[in-house]
Design a protein around this ligand. Structure first.
Ligand SMILES: Nc1ncnc2c1ncn2[C@@H]1O[C@H](COP(=O)(O)OP(=O)(O)OP(=O)(O)O)[C@@H](O)[C@H]1O
Length: 611
């Protein structure tokens, strides 16, 4: 906990400690895992759509694995052969042969690069769409459990490690192993004693390389993570600057930011120290090898046990061996990192939703111009097992009725909406839509006949037209205009700089609150739902817009069954049934007038509603 202390010795608030603690949490995710055949074969199966190119690439790679050591061997042989023998003709033809081989090697290299990139791209694009589909089919509870950051992590850094594995590690390793085997065979053929020395020392070089590479990549990941905490904190600080200044929190926030950059600097220094140790050590290793080979090779040549030409050839080949030993070390490390990434990505893709529609579920029959009849019978519901938030809920909404849900915060209003929408399933009891048990109806058919307007008035990036047309992208602009006219808010479009084609900005930021809500009403109206779920906005809106919203809402509700978490007296007054909730139970029900007369909990609550 020591490094969580503030630089000025001030005790941190739980939020500050939490922020630094997140670093530990993310580090707990496995960074590497051993090679696993099932993960490797599954990953390779993603290259099936371009199997021909993949196989061609394997063949090209094998040829390249022979070409590279052959080039080195040729250099050694030309020096030891025609040059040592002063044979000009042979020198000319040998160099021409060398050039021909070099040209064909690089010609193939061009295709190796291109095909590898294509294979990587194919795998990445399939994985990303599979992740997206897997996330989309999850029920609501999943999104409360899983952090957005972790889904983004799967989609970006983990998929990136898999790209590296499939497009580089696999093919680079084939080439390097090929070079190693081919060069080793030529070395063994040239001089067995010298080869034995290289073979004995190679594992030491490999082990040193592996050790430092894995430390290096661990440090590099920690550095990246600490930097993303710095940027996340900066974004939060800038976005929340009003609150920061309003509560005079600048100095504490600056402390926290300083702690994060100190943390980042610490990881950066660790990374620099590790690489400053690794690179000279590797260089020293190679030089130590060369010194040893020079000594033994020189001794054997002087002793007459070895030809000088063989010694030259051997040196070229030995040099060629050092590269693959080091490269294979780092590729192996990448492969282990990719295994951890693959495990996380496939776990997300394979994640079965907590529940799905029953196989026998039928579509809710669509009826024109009438609302859905909704009935709750003894419904109990909990988000967390054993902690029910709704108890014995009973009510019936006739087709076309509007039901207002009122109650203190946390009383269970949104939970009822979640159940009607089949975003969650009840623990006990029954919910019936048009007389059929919700469990026997498909979610899609319910959502097709349902419209939702939330308090946040969520808009997607794009134009006003795109947002209104979301439930029916094929709707014409004229249809959208007609909807706006029906809602009596066609002047909304006239006020906007580019009419229906005005860009709404990020999350609708360039529209006013009232305009955003009208867009959401128009969106719901275009869907022409039989059931409308509405969480009435609480934000203060000027009285003119307010009146417009009320008119639009009345028109939207006409002929549909609606459930409204109501905050305005005007909405509640018009509701056919008001359900008063308290601690997950319906404590009163009736019309506004009746409930007001009764003088119970509703009458008390009423004083808080805006008119
Ligand atoms: N996803 C969730 N996981 C666990 N508990 C939840 C979840 N959502 C709501 N709750 C709990 O369920 C209870 C009812 O919440 P609900 O959101 O239905 O109340 P509400 O009346 O709509 O409140 P508000 O008016 O503040 O929106 C609360 O105690 C709340 O803490």
């Amino acid at each position: 906990m020591n490094d969580l202390k503030s630089p000025r010795g001030i005790d941190r608030t739980p939020r500050e400690i939490g922020l630094l603690q997140r670093q530990r949490d993310s580090e707990e995710e496995a960074f590497t895992r051993p090679l696993e055949w099932s993960l490797i074969t599954r990953l390779i199966s993603y290259t099936k759509p371009i199997a021909f190119k993949r196989n061609l690439l394997i063949a090209l790679t094998l040829v390249r694995a022979i070409q590279l050591p052959l080039l080195a061997w040729m250099v050694g042989s030309i020096i030891a052969g025609p040059i040592a023998q002063f044979d000009t003709d042979l020198l000319f033809w040998s160099v021409a042969g060398y050039l021909l081989l070099a040209f064909s090697t690089d010609f193939l290299f061009h295709f190796r690069q291109r095909f590898a990139q294509e294979i990587g791209e194919t795998v990445v694009k399939t994985l990303r769409s599979e992740i997206f589909e897997a996330v989309q089919r999850q029920p609501m509870a999943f999104f409360q459990r899983v952090k957005l950051g972790s889904i983004i992590g799967r989609m970006t850094s983990d998929v990136q490690t898999l790209r590296t594995a499939i497009q580089d590690v696999f093919f680079v390793s084939i080439v390097q192993v090929g070079i190693l085997v081919f060069a080793a065979s030529l070395m063994a053929y040239t001089d067995l004693v010298m080869f034995a020395i290289v073979a004995a020392l190679a594992p030491i070089l490999w082990a040193i390389n592996r050790h430092f590479r894995s430390r290096l990549s661990q440090s590099s990941r920690q550095t990246q993570e600490s930097f993303s905490r710095v940027t996340a904190n900066l974004a939060e600080s800038v976005n929340g600057i009003r609150i920061t200044q309003g509560f005079a929190r600048e100095s504490r926030n600056a402390d926290l930011f300083r702690a994060l950059i100190v943390d980042h600097a610490r990881f950066n220094m660790m990374l620099a120290r590790t690489s400053a140790l690794l690179i000279p050590l590797l260089e020293l290793n190679s030089q130590f090898f060369i010194a040893l080979l020079l000594f033994v090779g020189g001794w054997r040549t002087l002793d007459g046990a070895m030809e000088i030409a063989d010694l030259i050839r051997f040196f070229f080949l030995a040099n060629l061996c050092f590269g693959p030993i080091q490269t294979l070390g780092s590729q192996f490390n990448q492969a282990l990192i990719a295994m951890a990434g693959a495990e996380r990505v496939f776990k997300l893709i394979d994640q079965e939703p907590d529940w799905t529609d029953a196989p026998s579920a039928q579509a809710l029959p669509a009826k024109d111009a009438s609302g859905i009849e909704v009935e709750f019978r003894d419904v109990t519901f909990s988000y967390v097992a054993g902690k029910p938030v709704l108890h014995d809920i009973n009510f019936k909404a006739e087709a076309g009725q509007s039901i207002a849900l009122v109650g203190h915060t946390g009383s269970g209003k949104s939970s009822i909406l979640n159940l009607v929408s089949k975003f969650y399933l009840p623990d006990k009891g029954q919910i019936k839509l048009d007389g059929q048990d919700l469990l026997n109806l498909t979610s899609d058919s319910i959502h097709d006949q349902m419209g939702i307007v939330t308090q946040q008035n969520f808009l997607f990036s794009g134009t006003v037209l795109d947002n209104i047309r979301m439930p029916r992208p094929e709707a014409s602009e004229a249809e959208v205009q007609k909807i706006l006219l029906e809602l009596d808010c066609d002047d909304l479009v006239e006020d906007l700089s580019h009419g229906l084609h005005t860009d709404v900005g990020e999350r609708g930021a360039s529209l006013s609150l009232g305009q955003r809500q009208l867009v959401c009403f128009a969106r719901a109206m275009l869907a022409n739902p039989r059931l409308l779920i509405l969480d009435e906005a609480t934000s203060a809106i000027d009285s003119l817009t307010e009146a417009k919203l009320q008119t639009a809402l009345e028109r939207l509700l006409l002929g549909r069954t609606s459930f409204i978490v109501a905050h305005r007296l005007s909405t509640i007054r018009k509701a056919d049934l008001v359900l008063v909730l308290d601690k997950g139970r319906i404590v009163e029900r009736g019309t506004h007038d009746k409930l007001l007369q009764a003088g119970g909990p509703y009458a008390t609550l009423c004083q808080n509603f805006s008119s």
